[in-house]
Write a protein that binds this ligand. Structure first.
Ligand code: CAO
Length: 415
């Protein structure tokens, strides 16, 4: 079976996490992704957080599957010529260098357009145009400036960053959508364009509901579904909501059997209005279905803490999986808090290719997260990440270089 993006060639100038997430996804959809790295060094993550000496780190391998690696010194005059040929033969250039780095290399938007007017240039930057556009940005900085940190954590504690890499991987996903959209538009215009995904914007997009709440707070002065209601106070800005649900159905994390020793013996429980009567039955509080203080969603809002405490008395008598099985029988939305160990060992995730075991010539077998997006006509086969410069000769030969020319470029340090 063919692949959705099999005609697309990508010049992958990305490093660390945000850019590589994007190009890995495009590679999984079938694009030929050629990763350009510096000889002798490569993407800095090859050696970061190493768990096996001399082997590419899991940080690198898990973000660079299905790609080819070519080494080029893009500041060497002869290296620049190779890069120019690659620009002429590719459809998309993806980069997440610090602001201005591509220009300093001599590859401005104008120069790239001169070389290949059909080229789509896609960039991740920390910030969009404005006062901070020249700043370098990493994941947690993006979470802080995009509204995630100020709205995560508990009201009586400091801002908290989340383990979900919404700044890096989240922005990589946004960029991938921008690239595919630009490729689609190129079909009618014949022209490339610049695609920018700023990490601050990507995080803010994922925190959209909090800007919703900011405006609700300004209008009404209170947010009745937040744990601060009815006993706490609200300030000028959306407060941290603990584990409250971001949607219209109240939810909270509750202890389950074994919580005293197992840090993940918890379940997320949603007091969804349509199944309120079933909830009352399951926990043995049938009278709440008719009690005017509990019978309607609005009446329940000031009592959410009591309600969750009562449900927790029930969940503490069950393991998280027992509670999940019982609650789902009654269509009551909930979810066990799964540890990474439990997720890694979950057979159904292996079956769908969401967790994949990959073999690597230096590190041996390891687990990775496969393509979370499943296309019925473009199935993903996850292949290992490339060794540094593994495909330099192959790609150079495709560009028409002879073995002697390749040897010369290697001798002068251009590749
Ligand atoms: N040959 C020669 N030089 C190369 C090269 C190659 N193949 N590849 C990269 N370089 C050079 C760049 O041209 C740049 O040189 P100058 O500073 O002289 O212009 C230099 O390597 C370093 O690039 P950088 O500034 O991007 O890297 P850094 O480690 O200093 O910063 C990061 C890293 C991530 C903070 C920065 O790239 C950034 O802000 N990127 C945009 C936002 C982003 O993606 N952040 C998330 C990263 S994932 O957590």
């Amino acid at each position: 079976m063919g692949k959705a993006l099999e005609d697309v060639r990508i010049l992958d100038f990305t490093h660390v996490q945000s850019g590589p997430t994007c190009t890995q996804l495009l590679a999984w959809f079938g694009a030929d992704v050629i990763k350009v790295e510096r000889a002798g060094a490569g993407d800095i993550t090859r050696e970061q957080l190493r768990d096996i000496p001399e082997a590419d780190s899991l940080y690198f391998t898990m973000l660079n599957h299905n790609k080819r690696s070519i080494t080029i010194d893009t500041k060497h005059p002869e290296g620049k010529l190779v890069l120019e040929e690659l620009i002429q033969s590719c459809d998309v250039l993806v980069e997440n260098f610090a602001p201005g780095a591509l220009d300093r290399m001599g590859f401005t938007w104008e120069r790239i357009q001169e070389l290949n007017p059909r080229m789509i240039v896609a960039s991740v930057k920390g910030f969009g145009p404005g006062p901070y556009e020249d700043c370098k940005v990493y994941e947690n900085v993006a979470q802080c400036v995009g509204g995630a940190a100020s709205t995560t954590g508990f009201d009586d504690g400091p801002p908290v960053v989340t383990g979900a890499q919404i700044g890096d991987s989240g922005t990589g996903l946004h960029l991938a959508l921008g690239i595919v959209t630009a490729l689609y538009q190129r079909k009618s215009t014949g022209r490339g364009q610049h695609v920018l995904a700023a990490m601050q914007d990507g995080v803010l997009n994922l925190c959209r509901v909090k800007l919703r709440d900011q405006q609700r707070l300004e209008r009404t002065g209170v947010m009745k579904e937040y744990p601060q209601h009815p006993n706490g106070t609200f300030g000028e800005a959306v407060p941290r909501a603990g584990n409250a649900s971001g949607g219209g159905q109240p939810g909270w994390i509750l202890k389950c059997k074994g919580w005293e020793t197992d840090p993940n013996a918890y379940i997320y429980f949603i007091a969804q209005a349509p199944v309120w009567a079933k909830i009352c039955n399951v926990i043995g509080r049938e009278e709440w279905t008719t009690d005017p203080d509990y019978a309607t969603p609005a009446a329940r809002l000031p009592h959410l803490k009591d309600i969750f405490a009562e449900v927790e008395r029930w969940t503490m008598t069950k393991t998280k999986f027992e509670a999940m099985a019982i609650l789902n029988k009654y269509d009551i939305p909930c979810g066990p808090i799964l540890s990474m160990k439990e997720i890694a060992e979950e057979p159904s995730l292996r079956k769908t290719g969401t967790i994949v075991e990959v073999d690597h010539p230096v590190r041996g077998k390891y687990l990775t997260v496969g393509n979370p997006i499943k296309l019925s006509d473009s199935p993903t086969e996850v292949t290992r990440s490339p060794l540094l410069g593994e495909h330099t000769d192959e790609v150079m030969a495709e560009l028409g270089y002879t073995a002697d020319q390749i040897a010369h470029l290697r001798t002068v340090g251009a590749i």
